[in-house]
Ligand binder design. Structure first.
Ligand code: NDP
Length: 281
């Protein structure tokens, strides 16, 4: 029997599944589109209903591919997109969101993120996010690639504390955020979306992960995802355009890592003992 995915709470009252699907590098090749759409639909069937895209991905082509995958099931999906920092003035944010909605073939995003910090004033971006929220065009907003000092600054602007999510590079080989940013986000009820949760595939060759996977009759990707699923307030968003791997990644939620496993993982991938600069891809 498949166990339901755990959920994580957002501070706007919604709960979302603790694992979603990334779509970077999807929508870019016509010949891959059929399998990409099938993978997204399979993920939704399996309860991975959070879909992460961005205006950046394929300059809108990822959003257009997502539109095809969710056309007849928009209400089943928690849809996330992101705005380029240089579009994030007050008016630019409204316009960029409307362009994303058109490409996605929908009237609302569930979550809209500032992709990384840029030249525009945070106060203007937040004011535009709040306007979009009032107008029903987004269900909430957040940020991405914000370090602890960025979050503290965000919280000084009006409504900055309404930030629901910080989307961050986080996986076994990138644990720097555990030192202060992850605790900060937990203290402020900001959920962490872990991007590149299997380090874009590079983690999967790690001999220690391969050994642990064998012991669990699992795969290295499942161990890497299970590690993240165990962290409070963290949701990984692995990307795969392969239908079998969607099911494989989903099954990570069924994997029980023991305390002994966790000690081995800490030895293989030591947690930070000091503040580290925020990693990004
Ligand atoms: P991931 O760590 O999710 O790795 C994706 C790669 O791993 C793909 O090449 C995929 O190939 C492969 N893969 C996935 N599952 C498996 C598996 N079970 N076994 C073997 N290979 C596998 O990297 P991403 O960088 O794509 O991160 C995930 C998502 O996070 C992005 O798609 C994007 O939505 C978001 N992101 C956000 C960023 C930000 O700045 N906010 C930056 C980077 C990513 P295949 O498709 O062939 O299966």
């Amino acid at each position: 029997m498949t166990i339901s995915l755990p959920t994580i709470p957002l501070k706007n009252g919604r709960r979302i599944p603790a694992m979603g699907l990334g779509t970077w590098q999807m929508g870019e090749r016509q010949e891959a589109e059929r399998e990409e759409i099938e993978s997204l639909r399979r993920a939704i069937d399996l309860g991975m209903t959070v879909i992460d895209t961005a205006e950046m991905y394929g300059e809108g082509r990822s959003e257009m591919m997502v539109a095809k995958a969710i056309a007849d099931r928009r209400d089943d999906v928690f849809l996330v997109s992101k705005i380029y920092p240089w579009n994030a003035s007050f008016g630019g944010t409204i316009a960029a969101c409307e362009a994303s909605l058109r490409r996605l073939g929908t009237d609302r995003l569930d979550l809209y993120l500032l992709h990384w910090r840029g030249p525009e004033l945070l106060a203007d971006t937040v004011a535009a996010f709040e306007q979009l929220n009032t107008d029903g065009k987004i269900g909430g907003w957040g940020v991405s690639n914000f370090d602890t000092d960025d979050m503290e600054e965000l919280y000084t602007v009006p409504d900055g504390d309404k930030c629901l999510v910080n989307q961050l590079l986080y996986n076994l080989s990138r644990r720097g955020i555990e030192y202060d940013l992850l605790p900060w986000c937990r203290d402020h009820d900001v959920a962490v979306m872990a991007y590149s949760p299997i380090e874009q595939g590079r983690l999967l060759q790690h001999p220690g992960l391969i050994d642990m996977a064998k012991a669990h009759q699992a795969t290295p990707a499942q161990i890497a995802l299970a590690f993240l699923l165990k962290q409070d307030g963290v949701m990984p968003i692995p990307k795969t355009a392969n239908v079998e791997r969607v099911a494989e990644n989903r099954a990570a939620a069924e994997l029980e890592l023991t305390e002994a496993d966790r000690r081995v993982l800490d030895a293989l991938f030591p947690p930070p003992i000091t503040k580290m600069p925020l990693d990004m891809l």
